[in-house]
Design a protein around this ligand. Structure first.
Ligand code: ADP
Length: 309
């Protein structure tokens, strides 16, 4: 096993479908014990990256080592080190929670005790219920139980909270943080910036098959030039050209009547905005200022929002 703290090393990985590169040459390292987030919009290539790393899709180019084993040559050794929860995980609907966990446990030479695992995944009350009767959040927690029953050191979670209600998402976040406390390394993909911010020690931002930034959440947000945003509604929809010349404004995004001005000097821009509104008789409401978020980082780098399809 490698001496370095990197437990996953990915070098120039590519996956092509016809002429289209779903993943187009990405390189990164994941440190032992960290939660590494892959953040990007739908279609960015997050699932394809994960599926290559867990051995489900063959890369067209590039190399990776996982827990010191070569992805190309030592797939079987890697399988023992990793746990996988993919979006496509399908569960046997007619087994009970306990039965399906016992079934998965039987696939491995050794496994962790099942009752505590059920408790940790907050499924105690559901352990004798059929899988098909579970809520979305409970199914996701069961999928994680199945991913970790053999006590892997690395866990891959592909968009684990997509489609869940806020409470179920938070329960899942707690579970991820608990797994991290136990020393697991977690690679998690998401298109929710708040999730990446809360859970990930470092985030790789993916767009169109490429990794366009990689850093801690705070550094990502602090390193973009844009420091703040001014948000307001206008009574009549306005054109962005009107706001572009305002002092210190670096970018303008208008969504119907909702205007966001990005600025590297909040005070200068606010004064200029107030003067403009007086001169041009622009009525606005719900004025709000805020510091940058990961959503802004993505917008700043790509010119598009994270949630646009
Ligand atoms: P994400 O997980 O970030 O939403 P994916 O990795 O699922 O992105 O997809 C990346 C791109 O690759 C998308 O444009 C998707 O349509 C395409 N893609 C994924 N799987 C296939 C496939 N089997 N055949 C052709 N295109 C695919």
């Amino acid at each position: 096993m490698s001496e370095s703290s990197a437990i996953i090393e990915v070098s120039n990985l590519k996956k092509r479908y016809g002429n289209f590169y779903a993943v187009n040459g990405i390189s990164f390292e994941v440190n032992r014990g960290e939660v590494f987030g892959l953040l990007g919009p739908n279609g960015a290539g997050k699932s394809t990256t994960m599926e290559m790393l867990v051995g489900l899709r063959k890369p067209d180019e590039g190399t990776a080592t996982i827990a010191g084993y070569s992805l190309q040559k030592q797939n079987n050794q890697i399988k023992e080190q990793i746990g996988i929860q993919l979006q496509s995980t399908s569960l046997f609907e007619l087994l009970t929670v306990k039965e399906i966990i016992e079934l998965y446990a039987s696939f491995y030479k050794k496994h962790i005790p099942i009752e505590p695992l059920i408790d940790d995944m907050i499924l105690t009350e559901k352990k004798n219920s059929l899988v098909k009767s579970l809520s979305g959040g409970q199914k996701q927690r069961l999928a994680i139980a199945l991913a970790i029953v053999h006590d892997p050191q690395i866990i891959f979670l592909d968009e684990p909270t997509t489609g869940l209600d806020p409470q179920a998402r938070r329960t899942l976040w707690d579970i991820v943080l608990k797994l991290k406390e136990q020393g697991k390394t977690i690679v998690l993909s998401t298109h929710y910036m708040d999730e990446a911010h809360v859970l990930a020690d470092r985030i790789g931002i993916m767009d169109q098959g490429k990794l366009i930034a990689l850093d801690t959440p705070n550094n990502l947000v602090n390193n973009i030039q844009v420091e703040s945003a001014i948000e307001f509604k206008t009574r009549i929809p306005q054109k962005s050209e009107l706001f572009v010349p305002l002092q210190s404004v670096t970018n303008v995004v208008i969504n119907h009547d909702f205007v966001t001005l990005y600025t590297n000097n909040l005070q200068d821009s606010l004064i200029a905005l107030l003067e403009l509104s007086k001169d041009q008789h622009i009525e606005f409401s719900d004025l709000n200022t805020r510091t940058s978020t990961l959503e802004d980082v993505f917008l700043h780098m790509t010119g598009r929002g994270l949630r646009e399809e």
